[in-house]
Design a protein around this ligand. Structure first.
Ligand code: TXA
Ligand code: MG
Length: 338
């Protein structure tokens, strides 16, 4: 066990966080999507410590965070023209581009792959930490592997206290779901490997074709190879058994009344009627509020001791696709349509 410092966003603390990372330590860092566990992406021992702190399988690669997209060339062997066009619009921001890596990124960082996911985060403290550390920062979400991603410093402390050097409190994450991960299928087309705050509609403004990988909404067959290793693992999963029910509110509540006693929990929308005998939480009224609140609620449901939770399925439009994707994974790909 080590002592985990809780740092603020003031200049001195940011400098300490950067110094810790530069010296090979692991630090919980805020970003606009979710909190990350940051370490020098080129330091094999530091990256090993990240995998150990999370309990993450070694074949699941880490995203490398840089201060400006122009630096992508330092860590990759080829950057397609389309990537630069996307960077103009979405960097800094919630977009991770998978590109062929060069030898400066160790295989341990890339989970043994010959590619690396590159992201330029917009969170000011995070941006400053990258600049001051002088290194590219490898950072997966700062949760214990398999648990919901952390969207505030308290979540990171709960999962990582005693395992890492420090956590920087940069407030509640603006988006609340992880970045959109894309790969390049051809000169004009991208494939979404994980949906996030940069939506398919937004990508379509720049790319001719935007392919939504089928594994985003469907379970991978056991013998299928995953275009992104993260697709293979059960993610975002709280302790409670999550059941997704898709349909309007009346059908949703009718289904639960017919099938359950009053010992289950419900996760419903803000404007839903709550005239039912069940304990419940709400997670917003539109997709961006749902993204902002989802991981927070999943953690709160665990703390409340919820064992079985019926969730009203969100819309798949816009950032809703990301919310739906996290929930369907938490639910083990089962959706009840009513
Ligand atoms: O918003 C985010 O992306 C946050 C913050 C901290 O930046 N990071 C994050 O990292 O969510 P992580 O490791 O929890 O999720 C990264 C996902 C994993 O599912 C991984 O498999 C996929 O991105 N990924 C990373 N590098 C990849 C690569 N080279 N090829 C395919 N998938 C990759
Ligand atoms: Mg993660």
């Amino acid at each position: 066990m080590m002592k985990t410092l809780l740092l603020t966003e003031n200049a001195e603390d940011i400098a300490s966080a950067a110094e810790l990372i530069k010296n090979g330590n692991v630090v919980g860092i805020p970003t606009e999507t979710v909190y990350g566990l940051g370490a020098d992406a080129c330091n094999e021992n530091a990256v090993k410590a990240v995998f150990a702190a999370k309990g993450r399988p070694a074949d699941n690669p880490l995203i490398v965070h840089i201060a400006d997209f122009s630096q992508a060339e330092k860590y990759t062997s080829y950057v397609p023209a389309l990537a630069y066009r996307l960077a103009e619009r979405f960097c800094p921001g919630a977009l991770t581009m998978v590109l062929p890596k060069n030898e400066s990124i160790p295989l341990i960082t890339s989970g043994g792959l010959d590619t690396v996911g590159i992201r330029v985060p917009s969170h000011r403290a995070m941006h400053r930490i990258i600049e001051l550390s002088g290194c590219p920062i490898a950072a997966p979400s700062a949760n214990i592997s398999g648990l919901p991603s952390p969207t505030c410093a308290g979540h990171v402390m709960r999962d990582m206290n005693g395992k890492i050097s420090a956590v920087v409190d940069g407030g509640v994450s603006e988006y609340g779901v992880e970045s959109t991960v894309i790969s390049f299928d051809s000169e004009n087309s991208v494939r979404i490997l994980r949906p996030g705050a940069v939506t398919p509609e937004m990508l379509s403004e720049i790319c001719r074709d935007v392919i939504i990988d089928p594994a985003i909404l469907n379970e991978l067959a056991e013998d299928a190879s995953a275009p992104s290793p993260g697709m293979k693992y059960k993610h975002y999963s709280p302790k409670a058994n999550i059941i997704m029910v898709e349909g309007n509110y009346n059908n949703f509540i009718k289904y639960i009344r017919e099938n359950e006693k009053d010992n289950v929990w419900l996760l419903v929308f803000d404007n839903d009627s709550t005239e039912f005998p069940y304990r419940y939480m709400t997670y917003g009224a539109d997709s961006s509020q749902q993204a902002h609140l989802l991981f927070h609620r999943l953690r709160e449901l665990d703390e409340a001791g919820a064992e079985k939770v019926y969730v009203r399925a969100p819309s798949k439009d816009g950032v809703g696709l990301a919310v739906y994707n996290r929930l369907i994974r938490a639910a083990g790909f089962e959706v009840i349509k009513v």
